[in-house]
Design a protein around this ligand. Structure first.
Ligand SMILES: [Zn+2]
Length: 291
């Protein structure tokens, strides 16, 4: 990690929001978050196993239940943005453990079905238009979105769907991307927008003046003007970057950046936006309160 590239950032304007109450937002690493208000907990893309790189490339992968148990005690709902392993792999175990209902694509539903999770615990969402649903005090809009195309040929990695009737995947390449969703979440008078892959469908976002934009900044360069477009679409007061951690090592290890995170450039891009929202980073497992 280059010290000039990255530092924990906390904007003084946020101090008033750090008191008790409101909505608690905790970063679980990668695109994972835990949102809690008034005893209701919503998880987004919780991935705690953090399989080592060698195993990702060549071996079989499976949930580390101890790693999940260390972080996740309860959940009422789990939102899955897409069905790559680093977003969905731990979700069957979490759903079984907590009884949470899972919301995501048809690919995610097929994967959950293959895991043996009862159909009453998942909802496959339409990707043609946004869908709104409620979880306790949370009003959640699933917004059809896209995955960033990267690597050789600028393609979505492991593109395509997880088929119905599949076996539960044991190799990373079988966690096909499926449909992609962003999440527009309103609770306790606050609006949080989660964009878990660095791409978007600008016209579908329809979420001005969000209180916090949780923004994937991994491999964003193939998506033209990704950061300015995400800011224009949501006009946030606060931007919390995510999915920049090197997620092939445990959550309690020191944070390392993914290659080409270019954190300083990200901060400059936010600073160039006319409304100049605050930027805040959370430490791994760190939390903030909005409210
Ligand atoms: Zn992905």
């Amino acid at each position: 990690m280059h010290p000039r590239d990255f530092e924990q950032i906390s904007h003084p304007a946020l101090a008033a929001g750090d008191a008790a109450g409101g909505v608690r937002v905790r970063w679980l690493g990668v695109a994972g978050y835990e949102l809690e208000h008034a005893g209701t907990t919503v998880l987004i893309d919780p991935y705690l196993t953090r399989v080592g790189l060698g195993r990702v490339a060549f071996g079989r992968v499976a949930t580390d239940t101890a790693a999940v148990d260390r972080e996740i005690a309860r959940a009422d709902a789990v939102l899955v943005g897409h069905s790559h392993f680093d977003h969905v792999m731990d979700v069957p175990y979490i759903a079984r453990k907590t009884g949470a209902v899972v919301y995501g694509s048809h690919s995610t539903a097929h994967l959950l079905h293959a895991s043996g999770l009862p159909a009453t615990q998942f909802r496959a969402l339409d990707h043609a238009r946004p869908t709104t649903f409620e979880v306790g005090p949370f009003t959640i809009r699933a917004v059809p979105s896209l995955h960033s195309p990267f690597g050789l040929g600028r393609k979505v990695p492991y593109a395509g769907d997880i088929p119905d009737g599949c076996e539960f995947p044991t190799r990373v390449k079988h966690f096909r991307c499926g449909d992609v969703f962003a999440w527009d979440i309103e609770v306790a008078g606050k609006r949080v927008f989660h964009l878990g892959s660095a791409n978007l469908v600008d016209d579908l976002i329809d979420a001005r003046d969000v209180d916090a934009l949780l923004l994937c900044i991994a491999v964003r360069y193939p998506t033209p003007d990704f950061v300015p477009r995400a800011l224009r679409a949501t006009t946030p007061r606060l931007v919390v970057p995510m999915h920049y951690d090197w997620f092939f090592r445990p959550l309690d290890a020191e944070l390392r950046l993914l290659p080409r995170t270019r954190f300083g450039r990200f901060v400059d891009e936010v600073g160039a936006f006319s409304r100049e929202p605050a930027v805040k980073t959370l430490p791994l497992r760190g939390e903030m309160r909005l409210g």
